[in-house]
Design a protein around this ligand. Structure first.
Ligand code: 8X3
Length: 248
């Protein structure tokens, strides 16, 4: 029996990352589920024999190097770690929030790509799938640092695709719109659960983490010569970040 291809998923302790790790394991990958919160990763790994947990902080060079050490043939890197901190207008935004968003979303992806690129190129080649956002392609009031960071993620994916031409590494971006997860909006809105609930108020069916995992799995399982550059996915109720059908 041929060995299962290896996938590394960052930000795998919750939401899209956790759903993607589970989906890829079910689809035939060996999955390294990497994130900061070890207890959650262990609970995820307990759900499937082909998921192993690795503690990872994408803002820490040494932590990313430790992840890459010993991984010499990676078929798929899902660079998913990220998040939004704050929803203030640019004029009053907190510089520290912007710094953190840039560090996690942009530099975190950069660190992981640099560390794992040799392993992605090894063997039959590899595939980098980055979790972007519609916020990487459109802007909206209050999007501020998150919009800026996700634009940088989209730009990095496109730049990498150019720079890796001729090398055996596909580069894809998944750009979801409204996804209801336990944490994304609560973290963005500084723990205010009521405000987070309002983001999805009256929306018939926001995307789920499983919906996005389904897109990632599809992109990752096309034939090796097929590169899906960008997959934008939104719920039926959402035409744009601020154009949402709400039945209130
Ligand atoms: C999250 C989508 O619309 O909140 O990545 O920016 S949005």
């Amino acid at each position: 029996m041929s060995p299962r291809p290896l996938a590394v998923v960052t930000g795998a302790s919750s939401g899209i990352g956790a759903a993607t790790a589970l989906r890829l394991a079910r689809d035939g990958f060996d999955v390294v589920a990497a994130a900061r919160r070890r207890d959650r990763l262990d609970a995820l790994a307990a759900q499937h024999e082909h998921i192993s947990a690795v503690t990872l902080d994408v803002t820490d060079d040494a932590s990313v190097r430790a992840l890459a050490d010993g991984l010499d043939d990676v078929a798929l890197l899902v660079a998913n770690a990220g998040g939004a901190f704050g929803a203030e207008h640019v004029a009053v935004a907190d510089v520290e929030d912007w710094r953190r968003m840039y560090d996690v979303n942009v530099l975190g992806m950069l660190r992981c790509v640099q560390a794992l690129l040799p392993a992605l190129e090894a063997g039959d080649g590899g595939h980098l799938v980055v979790t972007g956002s519609i916020a990487g392609h459109l802007v909206y009031e209050g999007g501020g640092g998150y919009v800026a960071a996700k634009h940088a993620v989209a730009a990095m994916a496109e730049t990498l695709r150019l720079e890796l031409t001729g090398r055996p590494v596909r580069v894809s971006e998944i750009a979801p719109g409204m996804v209801r997860t336990d944490e994304f909006s609560v973290v963005r809105l500084r723990g205010d659960q009521a405000a987070a609930d309002k983001v999805y108020a009256g929306v018939d069916a926001p995307l789920t983490a499983d919906d996005v995992a389904d897109c990632i799995a599809w992109v990752a399982t096309r034939p090796a010569h097929v590169n899906i550059d960008l997959l934008v996915v939104k719920p039926l109720a959402q035409a744009a970040p601020h154009k949402v059908d709400r039945r209130l």
